[in-house]
Design a protein around this ligand. Structure first.
Ligand SMILES: [Zn+2]
Length: 174
């Protein structure tokens, strides 16, 4: 039987694949599934029913978070961990860093002044929602660490110069 080509990558589907296989293997099959899921999500995202369900879900989540500090902290910790994982993956790959920066710049360039103002308001709201500890951790701890590293760098540099520079004879004495 003549097999077709993979729907995802276009390579021939191997004979060892199942009779109804539309991809070349597990990796492309997973990719196809997630693409289809994304497509499905996009197709329902803008419907009235979906928006209502989502709003209801978010309202319930907000209620539970404000009623249950432990649950709230659990969600925050999970969000932090997910963000840290994502950031580490991006930072480890210069191509992804460049791609991310270019995409962010393009988004900013495409924004209307109203959208820019809305984004600023969202950021301000987010900042205002942080606890003192979170602000210290997110902003000030990193800043203090950078300042400390700078000072240590300067100290090391001075020490280096003091040990490697041979003092010139001072003409005022002699
Ligand atoms: Zn493939």
């Amino acid at each position: 039987m003549k097999r077709g080509t993979c729907e995802v990558c276009g390579k021939p589907i191997p004979d060892t694949a199942g009779p109804r296989a539309v991809t070349c293997g597990a990796a492309c099959s997973r990719k196809r599934n997630s693409l289809r899921e994304l497509e499905r999500y996009r197709s329902i995202r803008d419907t009235e029913a979906w928006r209502a369900t989502r709003a209801e879900y978010l309202a319930k989540l907000r209620d539970r978070r404000s009623a249950d500090p432990a649950f709230d902290e659990e969600i925050r910790a999970a969000n932090r961990a997910a963000t840290a994982r994502w950031l580490a993956a991006v930072k480890a790959d210069p191509a992804r860093v460049a791609e991310y920066r270019a995409r962010r710049q393009a988004q900013r360039d495409a924004m209307t002044p109203e959208q820019r103002a809305a984004e600023r308001a969202t950021k301000r709201g987010w900042y205002a929602s942080l606890s003192r500890e979170e602000r210290v951790r997110i902003y000030y701890a990193a800043r203090a660490l950078r300042a400390l590293e700078r000072v240590q760098g300067i100290a090391a540099d001075l020490e280096q110069r003091a040990t490697t520079t041979t003092p010139k004879p001072d003409p005022s004495h002699g």
